[in-house]
Structures are given as structure tokens and as C-alpha cells.
Design a binder for this molecule. Structure first.
Ligand SMILES: NC(=O)C1=CN([C@@H]2O[C@H](COP(=O)(O)OP(=O)(O)OC[C@H]3O[C@@H](n4cnc5c(N)ncnc54)[C@H](OP(=O)(O)O)[C@@H]3O)[C@@H](O)[C@H]2O)C=CC1
Ligand SMILES: O=C([O-])CC(=O)C(=O)O
Length: 271
């Protein structure tokens, strides 16, 4: 049975544990860790069947097959290289960390050397299967347009640095337009999907991102447009926000669960 260790006991970590606790897949949550002790306790007390140990990444990677990062971009630096060195596969949610090309090259190199896998779930977007197929030929452009309610963008470094008063936004307003490399740094907890899109397609410098604060919304909308030799692909997901975290969408933990099922299941559907 697949032995998993989870870093990050917030919304996504909790959803993953609950799915395994409910018997949705054959996996064992061997250990969990979070710098926020309250979130560890809340997660532990929500489980009925599982009793994961609480231990830091350094220790858990000696015992597990797969490390799941669902914490923050800084956690990717802290735990992923060490996990791969210990021959653990890794699943990463804070994909925006890979806008740092040096980190990406290091992590990719260690994974190759150690014969390990790096899994990046689709998160809150749809259409990566089509983009991956299309990327075998020439791609002309990839664009992500994200709309969130203003509160879902609160605290983002770009918002703070540019003194954007989210609570004064009364109508649909474009607050950022630029490269994916800049978007994931300015909005590290809002558009990790831009990083996944970049890695699947044309890279962080060529992938364009527009971020819109829209007070009329109660959903997080991600629209993707890809044009290339294959033709044109458009996808739009109107995401229900996660119950405890308005910054992220419920589809994100569901996609993490689907990725875990794909790792375990002999049947592989889609690109
Ligand atoms: N790829 C995708 O499509 C998506 C990615 N994400 C990303 O996934 C990650 C998890 O999301 P979510 O579960 O919603 O977030 P939450 O804020 O609900 O939970 C994250 C938890 O991880 C903890 N944490 C953060 N950094 C560290 C660290 N360095 N070491 C240990 N614990 C840490 C946080 O502690 P504290 O409370 O102290 O901060 C918090 O308890 C985020 O980076 C988010 O941006 C989210 C949605 C979609
Ligand atoms: O869940 C979402 O809507 C997307 C998100 O937060 C991210 O990619 O970081």
C-alpha cells in the first residue's frame, strides 16, 4: 500500500486525508506535518480511521513512498529536494515555486538521478490534457484569465506592494496583467495554476496571465486559451471556493485526490 506523508494540514491536506480516511483509495497516511499546530490538531481530530504520526519532513521521508506538499511555495524549497534525495516521489501543490528556474532545474535533476516522479495536479483548472497533447507541435500562445472575488486576493504581495484597496473595488477590475513568472510571485496563493500551465506549455515567460478582482462573483473563475498548430482550445471553470479558504478552489483538493488515485490505479485515462 502506498505510504504517504503530508506537509500542510490546511484545506488541501485535510481534504486528502479525509478522502483516504473515507476509504476512497488504498493508501496509508503515515505522517503529517504543519508549522501551524492548531491545523495539525484540527486535522487529527477530524479523522475516524487513520492515525497518522506527526513528524517533520526530515524524519517522515525515511519511511514513506510519496511526499505531498500542500503548504506554501517556501515549503517546496524546504522539503522537496530532501524528499527526492531520500528516493520519495513528490506531489506538489505550490507549483508557483517553480518560477525559480534554479529550483526547478535542481528538483528535476535530483528526480532523474534518483528515478523518482514529480506529480503536479491540474489544480483548479481544466484543459491541461489538451495543452500537453498540443505541445508536441508548435504552440503560438497560452493565456490564463483568473477572476476572483476581491477577498480571495487579499494579502497577495502584489496587492500589498501596489497598495490596491480591494475593499474599495466596486466593479470588475483588472489588477494584474503580465507574464506567469511575475504572476506567481505577486500572487503566490492565488495562481499556482499559472505555473502548472507554464510547465505544460510554453514556459513562465511566454504564458500570459490576467487577474481580475470581481465583486459580483462568489466563484473563482479560471479561463484558459491556447492557440497552436493544432487549432484553438478554450476552457473555463467556475470554481466553488474551498470551504475554509476563499483564496483557493474546491477543485484543487479534488484534483490532488484524483492524482493520488491515478498513481495507485492500474487504469490510466487521458493524456
Ligand atoms: N496548484 C493549484 O492549483 C493550487 C495550489 N494551491 C496551493 O496549495 C497550497 C496549500 O493550499 P491550502 O491547503 O488551500 O492552504 P491552507 O492555507 O489552507 O493550508 C496551508 C497550511 O500549510 C502551512 N504551511 C505553510 N508553509 C509551511 C511550511 N513552510 N512548513 C509547514 N507548514 C506550512 C500553513 O500554516 P500557516 O497557517 O502558518 O500559514 C497552513 O496550515 C498553497 O500554497 C496554495 O497556494 C491552492 C489551490 C490551488
Ligand atoms: O484554487 C484556485 O482557484 C487557484 C489557486 O488558488 C492557485 O492556483 O493557487
Amino acid at each position: 500500500m502506498l505510504k504517504i506523508g503530508i506537509i500542510g494540514c490546511g484545506t488541501i491536506g485535510t481534504c486528502i486525508c479525509k478522502a483516504i480516511d473515507d476509504g476512497l483509495m488504498e493508501a496509508e497516511v503515515y505522517a503529517i506535518y504543519d508549522r501551524n499546530a492548531e491545523n495539525v490538531e484540527r486535522l487529527q481530530s477530524s479523522l475516524v480511521n487513520l492515525q497518522p504520526a506527526v513528524m517533520e519532513a526530515e524524519e517522515m521521508i525515511k519511511h514513506i513512498d510519496l511526499l505531498v506538499e500542500c503548504a506554501s511555495q517556501e515549503a517546496v524549497y524546504e522539503v522537496v529536494p530532501a524528499a527526492l534525495h531520500a528516493r520519495c516521489d513528490v506531489m506538489i501543490m505550490s507549483v508557483g515555486a517553480f518560477a525559480d528556474e534554479r529550483l526547478f532545474k535542481t528538483v528535476y535533476g535530483i528526480a532523474k538521478e534518483m528515478n523518482c516522479k514529480i506529480y503536479l495536479p491540474s489544480g483548479a483548472i481544466a484543459g491541461l490534457d489538451g495543452l500537453k497533447s498540443a505541445a508536441s507541435e508548435q504552440i503560438y500562445s497560452v493565456t490564463l484569465t483568473t477572476q476572483k472575488p476581491p477577498a480571495g486576493l487579499a494579502g497577495a504581495p502584489y496587492v500589498v506592494q501596489n497598495k490596491i484597496k480591494l475593499d474599495e473595488i466596486k466593479s470588475k477590475t483588472v489588477i494584474f496583467e503580465g507574464k506567469a513568472s511575475e504572476a506567481v510571485k505577486g500572487f503566490p496563493a492565488n495562481v499556482n495554476v499559472a505555473a502548472t500551465l507554464s510547465l505544460a506549455g510554453t514556459g513562465f515567460e511566454k504564458t500570459k496571465v490576467k487577474i481580475i478582482a470581481n465583486p459580483a462573483l462568489c466563484r473563482n473563475i479560471h479561463e484558459i486559451t491556447v492557440e497552436g498548430a493544432f487549432g484553438k482550445l478554450t476552457s473555463k471553470v467556475e470554481n466553488v471556493p474551498s470551504p475554509n479558504n476563499p483564496k483557493s478552489s474546491y477543485l484543487a483538493p479534488l484534483s490532488a485526490i484524483a492524482t493520488l488515485k491515478k498513481i495507485i490505479d492500474p487504469l490510466q485515462i487521458g493524456t
